[in-house]
Design a protein around this ligand. Structure first.
Ligand code: HAM
Length: 417
């Protein structure tokens, strides 16, 4: 019987891993420049944490969670996202308070039971940041700038930043009422799903892709038109800051996020190069989540990007990812040289040069082929003659040139080249 990776999952093979390492390394370096520190939380959490934070009527909570009972009957869920676990960890470990800014980042796998398609997986990877402690729009702008700078550094092209404000606990109820009123009169022309959303989560209707609903959505009331003075001021300040920072944004008053915890500014970075799943990154303010999960009122803002989608954009932007090359492949001829080959490899590694060697007893030709296949910059060849002279033949694999080098000079010679 042959086993396959579960539906909606995949393996990152050795030839694919350089691009993952490139993205993760660039993200870590960028986050450090903005003083964000890494947090790692468990892969699973209590189911209640996600239901309370993401929203019990969202698609994620009602349809997409990998939930199971452990042996003691506790309901646990593989994390579908990382904002709620980070808030939980911050509260449990006293990392946040209303009088200081705490900046955190994470990198890791998330799980959603969605219908797999291009850019949509059941296990996918997110890189995200969360900043706690200040309601200043300057922090929203920092978080958005950070996302844009990271994409620029990675070399991603053709991206567009969409922004909206979804309102806060003060102004959202009036907006939702207005939205319900508008859609109620059109219910006969809408899809069945939206009929249900109208009662439980009318904001989600704005995100419906059904053609029949699309025409109605275009004319629906917009949350920004109902924004309270605070939401309006924060949004306008953020837009001014963004303009000064030369971050181009499009106000998209149809933008709603799939999670209920947002308050005020929300944003998504979308790519024209991706298909239906075109959001590379999404985020926004969530000023009530910390208190909803049992903490003091600590405002917060953050985003997460999907690594698989970032890789798709990277490929379509023709970015070539730097790949670490093997420095040396050591070839030994004869039994006596075998031990020396192992020693040479270890000496090279101790000096910071990567080295590999052929472990099979084969002829010189086959060994040279193995060196070629390894992609090494140099082949280091040792046989009886070389042992006597305490030297090695150093072959440049790119131009084929070779010369004899004293073993004591080997590291210097490879590093020099
Ligand atoms: P989200 O929009 O649900 O937000 O996910 C963020 C990103 O994860 C998406 O833009 C997309 O690139 C990627 N993504 C989501 N689902 C999938 C999937 N099934 N397959 C592949 N990629 C996917 C959040 O998760 C929020 N926690 C973001 C946030 C952080 N808001 C504030 N702080």
């Amino acid at each position: 019987m042959k086993f396959k990776a579960p539906r909606g999952t995949y393996d990152v093979l050795p030839e694919d891993s350089p691009v993952w390492q490139y993205i993760e390394k660039t993200a870590r370096e960028t986050f450090a420049l903005y003083n964000y520190r890494e947090i790692r939380t468990p892969i699973f959490e209590s189911t209640e944490l996600f239901a309370r934070s993401i929203g019990s009527t969202t698609d994620i909570v009602t349809k997409e969670m990998y939930t199971f009972l452990d042996k003691k009957g506790r309901s646990l869920t593989l994390r579908p996202e990382e904002t709620a676990p980070v808030v939980r960890a911050c509260l449990e470990n006293n990392l946040i308070s209303p009088d200081k800014v705490t900046k955190l980042y994470y990198i890791g796998p998330m799980f959603r039971y969605e219908r797999p398609q291009a850019g949509r997986f059941r296990q996918f990877s997110q890189i995200g940041v969360e900043a706690f402690g200040s309601a200043d729009p300057a922090l929203d702008v920092e978080v958005m700038t950070l996302a844009v700078r990271l994409f620029e550094k990675l070399g991603l092209k053709g991206l567009e930043v969409n922004v909206n404000s979804v309102g806060c606990s003060k102004c959202r109820p009036a907006f939702l009422e207005e939205l319900k009123k508008y859609f109620r009169s059109e219910i006969g022309r809408m899809c069945g799903e939206c009929g249900k959303r109208l009662e439980f989560n009318p904001l989600r209707i704005l995100d419906c892709k059904n053609e029949a609903c699309q025409g109605l959505i275009l004319k629906a009331p917009a949350p920004l038109d109902f924004a309270c003075a605070d939401c309006r001021r924060s949004f306008e300040d953020a837009m001014k800051f963004l303009e000064r920072a030369k971050i181009k944004c499009r106000i998209n008053d149809r933008l709603v996020r799939g999670l209920d915890y947002y308050t005020g500014l929300t944003f998504e970075v979308v790519s024209k190069k991706l298909g239906a799943q075109n959001a590379v990154c999404g985020g926004g303010r969530y000023n009530d989540l910390v208190s909803d999960l049992g903490g003091k009122a600590v405002p917060a803002v953050g985003f997460a990007l999907g690594v698989e989608r970032a890789i798709d954009v990277l490929k379509s932007s023709n970015v070539s990812v730097p790949e670490a090359k093997l420095d040396a492949f050591v070839i030994t001829i004869g039994e006596e040289a075998g031990e020396l080959g192992v020693r040479i490899s270890e000496d090279l590694r101790a000096c910071g040069l990567s080295a590999d060697l052929d472990f099979f007893e084969k002829g010189v030709k086959a060994k040279m082929k193995a060196a070629d296949r390894s992609g090494a910059r140099f082949a280091v060849i040792v046989g009886g003659e070389e042992i006597k002279k305490k030297s090695a033949t150093l072959k440049n694999m790119k131009d084929g040139s070779q010369k004899e080098v004293k073993l004591s000079e080997l590291v210097k010679e490879i590093k020099r080249k």
